[in-house]
Design a protein around this ligand. Structure first.
Ligand SMILES: C[S@@+](CC[C@H](N)C(=O)[O-])C[C@H]1O[C@@H](n2cnc3c(N)ncnc32)[C@H](O)[C@@H]1O
Length: 262
């Protein structure tokens, strides 16, 4: 079972340099785990994705150095090799480094490259899980991800690949009995809708889009899979958003902003 580091362990880590790869959850600071909060509060250096909410970064100690990396609107993203080099450099300088990532570090989080760099450099690390966007968004608006006897599978998938829209086994995804939670799917909405319809999904399959889930500007749209592209366009969905296919919110009242397709 995961446990919180003792003071002696924290001192030891400070001497040797240590990286905590921490999941910041989907945005609401109250969704941080106790372990994530503790790692953040003990950090000398915080290497943070620009998309991580300011309210979460603010939990780092006043004296901690914050290094922003990742994507920023209208600016080029920090190359992954540079992020890896920063982590190794700061740990070797004897710092307790927190690498703060949105959601969970191991879900579409490019943790693999960073862990490989730390391992190659002989830097000790730990992974602190976070609430991934699909789970945070589903809870925020009461979308049931499974249903006894009707939906037995939950599939997390990305709509985006390095070379454009991602391809998947669409006929398998189109079969009833599963909920799809699509990350990074806004730009690929036309591709996703077309592929699923071509693969034979029922056009009436429920659809829920949660943009900025768990944050004050959260937006929720509901409709059918055949409405996906129209909803994204009409409501100017830019993301970050999770597209749920196969489920609707249980109670409309659960969502601060809910727009239902006609
Ligand atoms: C690069 S992936 C990182 C996923 C992250 N590691 C996780 O576990 O949630 C970024 C995508 O996560 C989803 N996402 C992250 N935060 C979100 C939020 N607050 N609301 C809705 N979707 C979110 C969006 O699909 C976004 O494009």
């Amino acid at each position: 079972m995961a446990r919180v580091a003792t003071l002696v362990e924290l001192e030891e880590r400070k001497r040797a340099g240590f990286v905590s790869l921490v999941g910041a959850g989907p945005g609401d600071p109250e969704l941080l785990t106790v372990k994530a909060l503790k790692a953040l509060q003990n950090a000398d250096v915080v290497v943070v994705d620009r998309l991580v909410a300011p309210t979460i970064r603010a939990l780092a100690p006043a004296g901690a150095r914050v290094i922003e990396v990742g994507k920023a609107p209208g600016r080029p993203s920090t190359p992954q090799a540079r992020i890896c080099a920063i982590l190794v450099r700061e740990a070797r300088a004897g710092h307790r480094v927190v690498r703060l990532k949105g959601g969970d570090p191991l879900v579409f989080g490019r943790a693999v490259e960073e862990l490989a760099a730390l391992t190659a450099a002989g830097v000790a690390f730990e992974i602190v899980p976070g609430i991934t966007a699909a789970l945070g968004c589903a809870a925020a608006v009461a979308v049931p991800l499974t249903g006894r006897g009707e939906r037995r599978e939950l599939v997390l998938l990305t709509g985006h690949a390095t070379d454009g829209a991602a391809e998947h086994d669409w006929p398998a995804l189109a079969r009833p009995g599963r909920t799809l939670a699509i990350y990074m799917g806004v730009g690929a909405a036309p591709h996703i809708q077309a592929r699923l319809l071509d693969a034979g999904i029922d056009p009436q399959t429920p659809l829920t889009i949660v943009e900025n889930g768990t944050l004050p500007r959260q937006k929720v749209l509901t409709g059918r899979i055949a409405d996906l592209v129209a909803l994204v366009g009409r409501h100017r969905i830019r993301g970050p958003a999770v597209i749920f296919i196969g489920a609707h919110p249980l109670r409309a009242a659960a969502a601060p902003v809910l727009v239902e397709a006609a």
